[in-house]
Design a protein around this ligand. Sequence first.
Ligand code: 13P
Ligand code: SF4
Length: 301
Amino acid sequence: MSLAEEVLRLKDARNAVLLAHNYQRPEVQDVADFVGDSLYLSRKAMESDRAVIVFAGVRFMAETAKILNPARTVLLPDLKAGCGLSDSITAEQLRAWKAEHPGAAVVAYINTSAEVKAESDYCCTSSNAIKVVEQIPPDQEILFLPDMFLGDYVRRRTGRSMHLWVGDCPVHAKLRPEVLAHARADHPGAPLIAHPECGCASQVLPYVDRVLSTDGMLRFAEETRAPEVLVATEVGILHRMHKLNPTTRFSPIDSGAICPYMKEISLEDVRDSLAELRYEIDVPQDVADRARRALERMVAA
Ligand code: 13P
Ligand code: SF4
């Protein structure tokens, strides 16, 4: 039996659903029940009636699944699958920041720990950050964390003045305006799509046709008739782009844009996770209860 067949058999035996993020290894994406961006996968986790949710993604995604659907067993196949961006703010740092801005609304990107979400009023993902910020009363101060590039982009798009936490994603921060400008010059006529975590997302706008979440990029990929598209995000997304649209060439802006956290999870890890029910992700009840309101606002937006 192949490894992929073993995973499929164990998935049935455990009554499990396998969720995979768009940056996962191709062989993991290919055996998943659902592949998508953070918002889509959070909704799928919340709706799941399976006994077990295996999250082929990173830790904050598995924690989100547990908070939104606490009755299920949530597994992360490798505990090293963290997130450099989520590590850039702790709950203690957030409490100190809030103390400097009493009454401010706190908007946390989903790429944060459960403890940080528990200190927040709203959560958002890259696909609904603008919608979430637009819900906040116009006279209320806003603290946006932890990605300053996404925050700056949302600030420009909504016209809201927001305080930004100075954090970034180590993979996307390197995709700066000059890198995008070079790619554009080397591939004249090819549309360029970029994730809002890219370095200076608002300053790359002159070089970019669309700023999109990973699922937004996939929809663009499926619909485009352009012979070539330039892609500014983690390269794991190219697997589904090729599958959705085999006639367009999808060229990464930087073929070294690889998230080491996402790549921690191998197909073997997924098999072992299902076979041994490891590694179970739990969130202390008081933290989960405080984080749930912000997450429910995110999935509803
Ligand atoms: P998406 O929600 O757009 O998939 O982004 C998640 C992420 O971690 C990007 O680095
Ligand atoms: Fe975190 Fe960046 Fe990896 Fe996304 S790509 S999981 S933000 S380190």
